[in-house]
Design a protein around this ligand. Structure first.
Ligand code: IPM
Ligand code: MG
Length: 362
């Protein structure tokens, strides 16, 4: 088994280092190889996703990814911007199924901006389609308008599109995931306005018939955005397209009060996966050693479970994280009165200590 380790930019290097430390202590048999990605790769090789990095990712069973991006690259041509690295990896590895759990940890209930009773016990799973939709749809570009409100004016355009197999496969992923949870799926669309999402809704309904044990409902995306803050616990598995999933998963993450806690997995048809924290590269705190490494550590746990077939090791990481939270350690993003503020390294060390202690006591 081989893991490609791609720390990227900003806090990426600090948090991935902690996750690697945790993986090392598990003493499992896999090889880890690091490579540059994002702005760091652009600086060194002139491209955010160099051929060598892509090759390493392709030949690995899993990719452990930090984060990419920094404001200083905003002026670069789009194909050279750090974000293109993650989009390129998704596309080239065919990582169409993105799992973004939003779990509210008991100890962090007060970190949310929502009332505790709304989010205590929250455990929802957003499944975002990741390689289609307006993100990748062609054609796109700039041109002179030939019609519309201002013929002859400069205009820009993107294309929202989904093919039947793309919708079918993500729908199946969602129904299968729901079978392992509370057997409920909410499909989020904009079928009242968009042809693409009427098509989406029709196909999800069809596939739903293959899963009579799973309850399916449909919700327009604007309503879903509202319900997520009004009564988030009514959701269980949410399945949606690339664009809506991008937006709703940030919203869901914030419900938990701690985007620094949320892992994610992006899988292809052969369970090869890319694992990354749900948060970004946070250039404002990079290099200060204060970032929260737990989302990345929990992403490593998802990696062990989904791509490396090591569920017990994943359990050990997850219970170590709970143990560390229960012991009162907090990075700045989740700190509250009465808890102990620590940096990324101390947090990683504490998780390692919790794991090794478990090993000794069995
Ligand atoms: C995410 C991010 C990416 C996306 C960006 C960095 C391209 O926001 O993973 O949610 O839009 O998918
Ligand atoms: Mg996003």
């Amino acid at each position: 088994m081989k893991i490609a380790v791609l720390p990227g930019d900003g806090i990426g290097t600090e948090i991935v280092a902690e996750a690697v430390k945790v993986l090392d202590v598990l003493d499992l048999k896999f090889e880890m190889e690091s490579a540059l990605v994002g702005g760091a790769a652009y600086e060194a090789h002139g491209h955010p996703l160099p051929e060598s990095t892509l090759k390493l990712a392709k030949e690995s069973d899993a990719v452990l990814f930090g984060a990419v991006g920094d404001w200083k690259y905003d002026k670069l041509d789009r194909p050279l911007r750090p974000e293109q690295a993650i989009l390129g990896l998704r596309k080239n590895l065919g990582l169409f199924a993105n799992f973004r759990p939003a779990i509210c940890y008991e100890q962090l209930v007060d970190a949310s901006s929502l009332k505790p009773e709304l989010i205590a016990g929250l455990d929802i799973l957003i499944i975002r389609e990741l390689t289609g939709d307006i993100y990748f749809g062609q054609p796109r570009g700039r041109r002179t308008a030939v019609d519309g409100h201002f013929p002859g004016a400069e205009e820009a355009f993107d294309t929202m599109r989904y093919s039947r197999p793309e919708v079918e496969r993500i729908a199946r992923v969602a129904f299968e995931a729901a079978r392992k949870r509370s057997k409920r799926v909410t499909s989020v669309d904009k079928a009242n306005v968009l042809e693409t999402f009427q098509f989406w809704k029709d196909i999800v309904t069809e596939i739903g018939k293959e899963y009579p044990d799973v309850e399916l409902d449909h919700m327009y995306v604007d309503n879903a955005a509202m319900q997520l803050v009004k009564a988030p616990k009514k959701f269980d598995v949410v399945v949606t397209g690339n664009m809506f999933g991008d937006i709703l998963s940030d919203e869901a993450a914030m419900l938990t009060g701690s985007i620094g806690m949320l892992p994610s997995a992006s899988l292809n048809a052969s369970n090869q996966g890319l694992y990354e924290p749900s948060h970004g590269s946070a250039p404002d705190i990079a290099g200060k050693g204060v970032a929260n490494p737990l989302a990345t550590i929990l992403s490593a746990a998802m990696m062990l479970r989904f791509s490396l077939n090591q569920p017990e090791a994943a359990d050990r990481i997850e219970s170590a994280v709970k143990h560390v939270l229960a012991s009162g350690l907090r990075t700045g993003d989740i700190w509250s009165e009465g808890t102990k503020r620590v940096g990324a390294r101390e947090m990683g060390d504490a998780v390692v200590a919790a794991i090794t202690k478990k090993t000794i006591t069995g």
